[in-house]
Ligand binder design. Structure first.
Ligand SMILES: [Zn+2]
Ligand SMILES: [Zn+2]
Length: 381
């Protein structure tokens, strides 16, 4: 069936969400706006405060059938609104600069679509996830779904992507977006007088060796696909010319297109830290933060998205290369089948997380069309 979409309604929802931007784990007002919008379309059930400020809405079909989910993310960024917008963010130093306001409007747009006709079968779950930017939200929603005893057969998600024609649907088989994680290395030695470094234990040599080897790790180790370590921060001692340092910290972002390569990269990095610490007689601690598994599409998921895209005649493009950034959507594959795609946000747009970025309203329709295509694929309506 054709989608008769009230795009204006979704655009005004997007603007309201934009004006009320909230960062990760503070999306309280955002979740209220979403619930208020969804209630107009009388979902069979709404759960709120799932895994933080997450919201899940259920639309039930008349008969049994597949459980299909669609995921949007709620959070904005600590970036000030510097462009003139009628609906500019009212929250100080906070704005939707990753387009999650648009993602929410598109998933919310499924509700009116489902209510145009009776749903024949199955269950559709609209999943509004908190804290995507910090990589925490998806894992918490997984836990929330387990607690609610909801087992999804498939969960679909998208991200708007700059550099591609507006509204184009972009996807690929295999890795869509990279795995990444932040590695924190702490090295504990002993201070001494700067004139007598031989009486202390400085982490300087270990830090130099670790940062150098990790920076060129892709040349040292044979990985199966693009794998990268980026030293993003390091700190050694105090600004005191009389003291040889006794403590150092290194932070490295690990990145890989394949989860298997990520595992090998972690093993290499941990081995290197251990070896260097032992050599220099340092104590050490390693911890991780912002862990994103790779976002991947199986052959089956890719075919479903391709068929769906063709059935609603969106401009569908199969990508050749995965993206090097990460998405916490990768977490969901641990608990259900997943499909992820991109939607073009325009070729000459400012980049995501740029203070001048604003989600283009004219791609909302294409995104909802693609979601409708997926609902049609499973013959739920
Ligand atoms: Zn982002
Ligand atoms: Zn994003």
């Amino acid at each position: 069936m054709d989608l008769k979409l009230d795009v204006e309604e979704l655009v005004s929802l997007r603007h309201r969400l934009h004006a009320n931007a909230e960062v990760s784990n503070q999306e309280e007002k955002t979740s209220k706006i979403i619930i208020e919008f969804l209630e107009k379309f009388k979902p069979d059930q709404i759960w709120q405060n799932v895994g933080g400020f997450g919201v899940i809405a259920l639309f039930k079909g008349e008969k049994e059938g597949e459980n299909i989910g669609f995921r949007a993310d709620l959070d904005a960024l600590h970036i000030a609104e510097t462009i003139e917008l009628e609906y500019g963010s009212k929250t100080p130093h906070t704005a939707h600069k990753c387009g999650h306001d648009g993602h929410m409007a598109m998933v919310a747009g499924i509700a009116p679509y489902l209510r145009q006709k009776k749903m024949k079968k199955g269950n559709v779950y609209l999943v509004f996830q908190p804290a995507e930017e910090t990589g925490e939200g998806a894992a918490r929603i997984n836990k929330g779904l387990r607690e609610l005893d909801i087992q999804l057969d498939y969960l679909f998600g998208l991200h708007n992507i700059v550099g591609y024609p507006k509204g184009q649907i972009l996807t690929k088989k295999g890795t869509f977006a990279a795995a990444s994680r932040g590695m924190v290395i702490k090295l504990f030695g002993k201070t001494s007088h700067a004139a007598e470094p031989e009486y202390g234990i400085s982490p300087v040599m270990a830090m130099a060796e670790i940062t150098t080897k990790m920076t060129i790790v892709h040349m040292i180790k044979p990985f199966s696909d693009l794998t990268l370590a980026t030293v993003i921060h390091s700190e050694l001692g105090e600004i005191a010319f009389g003291t040889s340092p006794g403590y150092g910290e290194v932070r490295i972002t690990l990145r890989a297109m394949k989860d298997k390569d990520m595992q090998e990269l972690i093993e290499y990095a941990e081995g290197l830290v251990k070896e260097q610490a032992e050599k220099e007689q340092l104590d050490y601690e390693i911890s991780y933060t912002e862990t994103f598994p790779a976002t991947e599409n199986t052959e089956e998921a890719f075919q479903i998205m391709k068929n769906a895209g063709e059935s609603v005649k969106v401009d569908f493009k199969e990508l050749e290369k995965p993206f090097k950034w990460s998405e916490d959507f990768g977490q969901y594959k641990l608990q259900m089948k997943t499909g992820f795609f991109g939607i073009g946000a325009g070729e000459n747009s400012p980049h995501l997380h740029d203070e001048t970025y604003d989600f283009p309203d004219d791609i909302i329709e294409s995104g909802v069309n693609m979601y409708a295509g997926l609902i049609n694929y499973f013959k739920l309506i």
